[in-house]
Design a protein around this ligand. Structure first.
Ligand code: NAD
Length: 338
């Protein structure tokens, strides 16, 4: 299959490296409005270089388009790719607004699209998911997810798109901690309601978006999760996810998994360790996630991170912003018809 990437910034190198490791997939082309970035891809990965998506899709015979551009461009580029007959694999977030979600929901295409929620492929998450499904942990009582990372003003201002609502759509939640929110949903099931607050503590005057978001999320059976994400910390430490169950607590810190039993003893199951292709805090799941997308196409089966497979996360993210803006609890079933 012939692949192409639009947006040749930081994360695009991880996609290119993953494609390079997958047999039968060739990176045929890359496009960026900054031509020097597409040319760097040409030199490094031996692909054709373009300065626009339009030109690339007009000139190349492609099977899959990878979208690695700023948030506000994901939906328009995804729609454009499908209209031009290619499957589309998009970076997160899937949407930045409810209008964009409606646009995705109304799409009719013979081609597939899916999103990069690569942390679902982490061995620690896989093992936790299997343990919960086995019933051995007992009833799930609740969970918490905590992300504390460090982003300074230059990270936002130098990018040209981060830190602005119109182009990033939000801050700490939609960008840095959407994976942790997604993993809470992946492990706990359908979220029903959310009450959230957001702040900009440390970059007032530099960014329009939140540097900190906290949320109280209600799930079925009366259980709830606490969520806290901030980019105002002094370091990038592994996100923490804990699922408290009847017989034990499952603690996940990136690749590390610990079972904390009620009698006080704990164990760390041995897990296969995979090398991250990019920064450690992006995790090591990109290759497995991208490979799964291509395999889903080849095997004509659904890709787990398609729209139905990520809709709960999308609505929880949109609902959290809505709640933080309006200071109301948002009923996700009523508001988004989940
Ligand atoms: N899955 C993950 O863990 C992960 C990690 C990092 C980034 N991301 C996501 O990847 C995306 C890109 O992030 P990044 O950090 O690489 O950003 P970046 O700013 O480094 O790269 C974006 C690139 O898109 C290009 N671009 C902008 N408008 C364009 C257009 N109209 N046509 C073609 N190219 C255009 C820019 O010139 C830039 O080179 C974001 O959605 C981000 O949230 C995901």
């Amino acid at each position: 299959m012939r692949a192409a990437i639009v947006g040749c910034g930081s994360i695009a190198h991880v996609h290119a490296a993953a494609i390079g490791e997958l047999p039968g997939i060739t990176l045929a082309a890359a496009a960026d409005i900054r031509p020097e970035r597409a040319e760097e891809f040409q030199q490094r990965y031996g692909c054709a270089a373009y300065s626009s998506l339009t030109e690339m899709l007009a000139r190349e015979e492609l099977d899959v388009l990878h979208i690695c551009t700023p948030h506000y461009l994901h939906v328009p580029m995804l729609c454009y790719g499908l209209e031009h007959g290619v499957h589309v694999f998009s970076e997160k977030p899937p949407v930045i607004s409810r209008e964009q979600l409606r646009e995705l929901q109304s799409l009719k295409s013979g081609k597939r699209f899916g999103f990069c929620f690569q942390n679902r492929y982490n061995p620690s998450i896989r093992a936790a998911k299997e343990l919960l499904a086995s019933g051995l942990a007992g009833k799930v009582l609740g969970a918490r997810g905590i992300v504390t990372w460090s982003r300074d003003a230059a990270y936002y201002t130098d990018s040209g798109w981060r830190g602005r609502l119109e182009t990033e759509g939000g801050g700490a939640l939609i960008n840095q901690s959407i994976h942790t929110l997604d993993l809470l949903v992946y492990l706990l099931g359908k979220p029903l309601a959310v009450e959230a607050t957001m702040q900009n503590h440390h970059l007032k005057g530099s960014i329009e978006v939140e540097d900190t978001m906290e949320a109280f999320i209600r799930f079925a059976d009366g259980k709830h999760a606490l969520f806290y994400a901030s980019t105002a910390y002094c370091d990038n430490v592994p996100p923490l996810i804990e699922v408290s169950c009847e017989h034990l607590t499952i603690r996940i810190e990136d690749q590390a998994l610990t079972y904390l039993y009620r009698d006080g003893h704990s164990e760390q199951p041995e897990l296969p360790q995979a090398k991250a292709l990019g920064k450690n805090y992006w995790g090591s799941g990109h290759k497995r996630c991208i490979e799964d997308f291509y395999q889903a196409i080849a095997e004509n089966r659904s890709f787990p991170q398609d729209l139905p497979g990520t809709l709960d996360t999308i609505c929880l993210m949109l609902g959290s912003y809505e709640s933080a803006r309006t200071r109301n609890e948002i009923d996700l079933l009523d508001t988004y018809g989940l």
